[in-house]
Each structure stands twice: as C-alpha cells, then as structure tokens.
Ligand binder design. Sequence first.
Ligand SMILES: C[S@@+](CC[C@H](N)C(=O)[O-])C[C@H]1O[C@@H](n2cnc3c(N)ncnc32)[C@H](O)[C@@H]1O
Length: 198
Amino acid sequence: MEHNVFEQMANRYDTEERIELANIIVKEVKAELQHSTTKSLLDYGSGTGLISLELAELVDSILLVDSSKQMLEVAEAKISRKGILNSSVLYSDFTQETPELKSDIIIMSLVLLHIPDTTKILQELFTILNDGGKLMIIDFDKNEKISHPKVHNGFSHEELQEKLEEVGFQSNEIKTFHHGKGIFMKQDAAMFISTSIK
Ligand SMILES: C[S@@+](CC[C@H](N)C(=O)[O-])C[C@H]1O[C@@H](n2cnc3c(N)ncnc32)[C@H](O)[C@@H]1O
C-alpha cells in the first residue's frame, strides 16, 4: 500500500480543532440518517472514527475502512473502550483493489481531496452500494488559495455533480453547510455535503 502521511499522525490526529470540526460534520450527517436503523454504513477513509463512531446508534452496522493501519488502530481502541458492538474496521484502499462488499450507505468525509482520481473512487463506491443506497461526501468547496501537489484544492459543486452523474448516481444534492476559519490547510474555507442515490 502506498506511503500514507496519516500513518505518522494517527496518535495525534484527534485534536480539539478536528473534534470540533467533526462534530459539525456529524450534526449534518445525522440529519440524513433518519429511519436508517436497519441499514449498513461504510465509512470510507474513516480515520480514527471521529465521524462514524458517533453514528453507531443510528444504523445497524458500521464498517470503518482506511488505507492507514495506524488510524484504524486508534479507531479500534475507541470501539473497545466505548463498548460499541456494531462497528468493525477494514484495512483497505479501494483505489488499489476493492473487496467484495455491499453497503446501504457510504460516507466519505474529508477523503476525496486526498484521492487523485475522483471518478475511479466514485465508480468503486457505486459498485459497493446496494441499489437505492446513499453516498454522502463531505469535503471542501473549491479554494483557489490552496495549491498542493497531492491534495485537490476542494471541488466545485458543478464539477462534482457532473462526475457523480457520469458514474450513474441519481438525485445528487450538494450544499455548502459550514464556513470556518483556518480549516483547510490553515486557510478559511467552506465545506459541502453531497448526497446521492444509486
Ligand atoms: C482527513 S482524514 C479524514 C478522517 C475522517 N473521515 C474524518 O472526517 O475525521 C483522511 C483519511 O482518509 C484516509 N485515506 C486517504 N486516502 C485513502 C484511500 N485511497 N483509501 C482509503 N483511505 C484513505 C487517510 O488514511 C485518513 O485516515
């Protein structure tokens, strides 16, 4: 698996600022998870579980997937400490190889910006979703102040909408829900949530 900067930062990932931002995201995602108690949820690029481990009571099961073993170790320790019975982890990178899995809901929070080929990962997630399943992407709005060789500088809603449609998703809704100071590579930025149905 490709070298991942997140391996080095796993044990110090959960800072006050990241927890605060995660709580804002969790609030937004929870609003989309009404009547989901029988559904399976896959959190792609789960990191330490800041988002999905707050959702365990709203769904039937959660699979936290990440390409960093160390991030998953932190998530696993939280699962045992909190006694969460319906959540487990999987070390995997779907841009390399996608396992045979199915899920009703997929969340991808602050991960798409780290994946060079946007269309490819959307295709893989489309395959994994059950028919009628829901993909939720949380990421940054396009931000011209940011330039980094390995990270997308956010996404325009139109560009993402086009890619989602190309892959086969229907009824895509994208909205900006938060503006924050210094939240994207120390720059002020806005975050969107995109909800699509297979
Ligand atoms: C900024 S963190 C976000 C963590 C979590 N989703 C959240 O919102 O708190 C990005 C995570 O995506 C993971 N990641 C990056 N590229 C990935 C890939 N190709 N496949 C799976 N996980 C990936 C990283 O290891 C890291 O844990």
